[in-house]
Write a protein that binds this ligand. Structure first.
Ligand code: 13P
Ligand code: SF4
Length: 310
């Protein structure tokens, strides 16, 4: 038995013994996606966490995602293979600074992208993901001023799609901001028939080049449904694993970072490994813990999102 086969067998045994469910985001390493019970985007993963019967949720993603599962399922043990798996968007929006920003806009309804800490969720009226942000903002009364945090690129895109003015918090994703416009133009030149598909966390100059913009799940569906046979994919390359399985006959082109580097891989997502996944099933650590009063405050806008995006 090879080392990897033994590792996978051990994870499978532990998953049964612990009555655990393994949830993985599309940006995880392929071998983690392959062993997961469910792979999805942030909205689908939240829904899955909210509805599972398992005692333990192993969240193979980043900290805010595991925290979201804990907000929705306080009675369950939620573990994250590597506690250092953070997110630049969550880091860009410290709760105390956000509280000051909110105080400057007392009449605003606060919509926060799910990529934020529980402490920021607790200060929000509604949570959204990249998959439902436009739809949720469109459901708000037209005369209601809205503050949108923390991703300014997603916020700007929602603004364009909904036609309404949003007050934006200036956060950014270090991964989606590294894609090189020149590299996209060169790929378009080499593959004139290819469509550019992009995540809305990308900067405006890249979104301007896109034929389709959407969350990770929407990009996957688009690649399947489009009659085009090649795509230039502007999001974290972990998604290519599922995409290639869904469209084995199509060509998928990954875009390098500005310096030709491979910094288009999310350094936080990639901290999780199969070894750490096994270790966290063995020890049930590191587990996500949270102050109950904050959890209750953070749960309200999360539940509102789940109700409004049904
Ligand atoms: P999705 O909402 O598409 O899953 O994206 C989450 C994310 O972190 C993108 O960088
Ligand atoms: Fe956060 Fe960007 Fe990584 Fe997504 S890709 S988890 S937004 S740092």
């Amino acid at each position: 038995m090879s080392a990897d086969t033994a590792l996978v067998a051990a994870i499978n045994r532990l998953r049964q013994d612990r009555n655990a469910v393994i949830l993985a985001h599309y940006y995880q390493e392929s071998e983690i996606q392959d062993i997961a019970d469910f792979v999805g985007d942030s909205l689908e993963l939240s829904r899955k966490a909210a509805s599972t019967n398992a005692d333990v949720i192993v969240f193979c993603g980043v900290h805010f995602m595991a925290e979201t599962a804990k907000i929705l399922c306080p009675e369950k043990t939620v573990v994250l293979p590597d506690l250092e798996a953070g997110c630049s968007l969550a880091d860009d929006c410290p709760a105390d600074e956000f509280a000051r920003f909110r105080a400057e806009h007392p009449d605003h309804f606060v919509v926060s992208y799910i990529n934020c800490t529980a402490a920021v969720k607790a200060q929000s009226d509604l949570i959204c993901t990249s998959s439902n942000a436009v739809d949720l903002v469109n459901q708000l009364p037209a005369d209601q001023p809205v503050l949108f945090a923390p991703d300014q690129n997603l916020g700007r895109w929602v603004q364009q799609q909904s036609g309404r003015e949003l007050t934006l918090w200036p956060g950014r994703c270090i991964v989606h901001e590294t894609f090189s416009e020149e590299a996209v133009l060169a790929l378009k030149h080499e593959h004139p028939g290819a469509e550019v598909i992009a995540h809305p966390e990308c900067q405006q100059n890249l979104l301007d080049l896109a034929d389709f913009i959407g969350s990770t799940s929407k990009l996957l569906n688009y690649a399947e449904q489009s009659s085009c046979d090649s795509f230039i994919v502007l999001t974290e390359p972990g998604i290519l694993h599922q995409m290639q399985q869904r469209v084995p006959e199509k060509t998928l082109l990954d875009v390098p970072g500005i310096d030709g580097c491979s910094c288009n891989a999310c350094p936080y997502m990639r901290l999780n490994t199969l070894e750490k996944l096994k270790a966290c099933l063995e020890t049930l650590t590191p587990a996500i813990e949270m102050d109950e009063s904050m959890r209750l405050k953070a749960m309200k806008p999360m539940q509102r999102m789940l109700e409004m995006s049904r």
